[in-house]
Design a protein around this ligand. Sequence first.
Ligand SMILES: Nc1nc2c(ncn2[C@@H]2O[C@H](COP(=O)(O)OP(=O)(O)OP(=O)(O)O)[C@@H](O)[C@H]2O)c(=O)[nH]1
Length: 242
Amino acid sequence: MNAQDETSQPVVPAERYHHLETQYAGHPLLTELTALHLQYQRLERRLNKIARIGDLMQAQIMDLNSELNKRAETDPLTGLYNRGGLYPQMSALMEQLALGQSRFGLLLLDLDYFKEVNDQFGHLHGDQLLIAVADILRAVCPASHICARWGGEEFLVLMPDCCDDSLFALAGNLMQAIRRIRLPGDDNRYLTASLGAYLCRETETIDESIRKADLAMYKAKAQGRNQLVVYSPELDETRVVL
Ligand SMILES: Nc1nc2c(ncn2[C@@H]2O[C@H](COP(=O)(O)OP(=O)(O)OP(=O)(O)O)[C@@H](O)[C@H]2O)c(=O)[nH]1
């Protein structure tokens, strides 16, 4: 029973109180009862007010909690998921895979020569470029895809219900859109990214699938950057040197 339920049961119901008032008019105990009755009503009003404030505070705490949870899984610069936000989504896809549902794709995107960009144009401009890339991910990826900032200048896209064709198509569109981001200065330079892709067909640990996308991305870097490499088991045998 909450506070409001308790207060909705007056000690002396109004009709009974009026009856007593007529029957015992002038009796000293009635004066005391009247004073107690008024006091009770005041307390009842206060208790109701406290209960309403309690409800309001509970709602505010719940709002703050969900805001904190959101912040814990969001990258503040780009508004994309961070690692913390991505892991549960990836676990869910892995669980679906275990139930025999369709495979999913992983696309790891790392901006090329970003240190140089920062050094040449400043960290703040570097931040603007990271935001621009996040905007591209939001605009180009279908709504079912999950986009995250994986690290400094690294982004990760989870592609549910993925096949080779959709993987190549999305990677191509993303690379093309990023290549349209012009860098400041007079030398007509554009941003590029190296992409590593992995099509996850059977259950494995999340770290293992990320490792495979990472290996493919490093191969793309080693082969000259600004390109896509899809993971294949042979990559496990080769040592990628940048
Ligand atoms: N502006 C900005 N820069 C960042 C941020 N996080 C990481 N970086 C920078 O990203 C750069 C990454 O540099 P590297 O790992 O050497 O990679 P790279 O220069 O892109 O070279 P390759 O990946 O080999 O093409 C570093 O200079 C980091 O300081 C950030 O939040 N904002």
